[in-house]
Design a protein around this ligand. Structure first.
Ligand code: NAD
Length: 339
């Protein structure tokens, strides 16, 4: 029996995490879930977007399955995701983007892994509102880009170890070190230095703007991308677009003392409660979580069943449907039946 935390989240979060839980249960793996609320829902109910009790449960159980949470744009509380990743030291974010038979896209052999530093960069949260940063004009706001040697080393070693363990051949470090010499220059120099410890993995680097174009034109030429936080966030959505959209991509946030698994997509507020969105990203996040807790057989079975339902194309949601789409629940049922 595994003791895990479930964070349903906001918007479509409860729908897609319920789908993932149903599928995990159908694999036969026994889980006792502790359910905690975070995000806008928690803010309304408990007065805090990240209640202390919820954080204690997540820390105690070490592994969680999470739905997306809504973050107010340009105002209000700091992103719960950023706060959570920092509070739990989840320094590595892993987002696999792989072509799925049955999903129509411009390319059919995309197999990318975006590995992203998850704590620093412009997401460190060191911001100065207009007029509060000494030495700059009063009409200016400032956000600091933070890159440390320690965290870059950690993520670079993580990426190379991941590549080795998953039989990957190449790591491309993404940066803008031609302009941001101090910060991205440090990220690149450390990644290059770390690469010397892994002679069997080919190492190269790309400037982020050129990388974006290359990914759209020749995604098959790339394998594992090692990115600072912001570029990894943006490029992983681009990679989602290459393989069929945000409804398909899972994500793992990994630290030395725990991990949180979630879909890459957000809370998609306009679809909340409509049971319309694709549960695949959350279900595949559940599969990554099963593998992390040692349930390899169940994880592979869940991935196979999900891919089979997508390939068949009979019971899939609106975003990838070639004929009449079905609801989140119906697609989930089809996956459960396959299992
Ligand atoms: P979003 O990912 O919620 O939705 C953008 C669009 O992507 C949707 O309108 C829909 O067309 C599509 N989409 C998303 N999920 C889908 C699914 N499962 N199936 C089919 N289509 C899907 O992005 P947004 O609208 O920019 O953000 C909404 C909120 O989510 C914001 O508050 C944002 O901060 C938050 N967010 C949270 C997380 C997280 O918790 N990990 C991640 C990203 C965004």
């Amino acid at each position: 029996m595994h003791h895990l935390t479930l964070i349903p989240g906001d918007g479509v979060g409860p729908e897609v995490t319920a789908a993932a839980v149903r599928c995990i249960e159908a694999t036969g793996v026994r889980v006792q879930w502790d359910v905690v609320q975070l995000g806008s829902g928690a803010k309304k109910k408990y007065g805090s977007e990240l209640p202390r009790e919820a954080l204690a449960v997540i820390k105690r159980n070490k592994v969680a399955l999470k739905g997306p949470v809504t973050t107010p744009v340009g105002e209000g509380f700091r992103s719960v995701n950023v706060q959570l990743r920092q509070a739990l030291d989840l320094f590595a974010n892993v987002r696999p983007a792989t072509s799925l038979p049955g999903v129509r896209t411009p390319y059919n052999a995309v197999d990318l892994i975006v590995i992203r530093e998850n704590l620093e960069d412009l997401y460190a949260g060191i911001e100065f509102k207009k007029g509060t940063f000494k030495g700059l004009p009063r009409d200016t706001a400032v956000s600091l880009k933070v890159i440390s040697e320690r965290n870059t080393k950690r993520i670079a070693h993580f990426a190379f170890t991941y590549a080795q363990n998953h039989h990957r051949k190449k790591i491309t470090c993404v940066h803008k070190a031609n302009i941001l010499k101090a910060t991205d220059g440090l990220f690149l120099a450390i990644a290059r230095h770390v690469s010397e410890h892994y002679p069997r993995i080919y190492f190269e680097d790309r400037i982020v703007d050129a990388m974006a174009m290359q990914l759209v034109m020749k995604p098959q030429d790339y394998d594992v991308l090692l990115c600072p936080n912001l570029y990894g966030d943006i490029l992983s959505d681009l990679c989602a677009g290459l393989v069929g959209g945000l409804g398909l991509l899972p994500s793992a946030n990994i630290g030395e003392r725990g991990a949180i698994f979630e879909p890459v997509h957000g809370s998609a507020p306009k679809y909340a409660g409509k049971h319309k969105v694709n549960p695949t990203a959350a279900i595949l996040a559940g599969a990554l979580m099963l593998r992390f807790v040692g349930e390899e057989k169940a994880a592979s079975a869940l991935e196979r069943a999900t891919k089979a339902v997508i390939k068949e194309g009979k019971y899939v949601t609106y975003d990838i449907a070639r004929r009449k789409p079905v609801s989140t629940t119906r697609m989930t049922e089809a996956i459960v039946n396959r299992l």
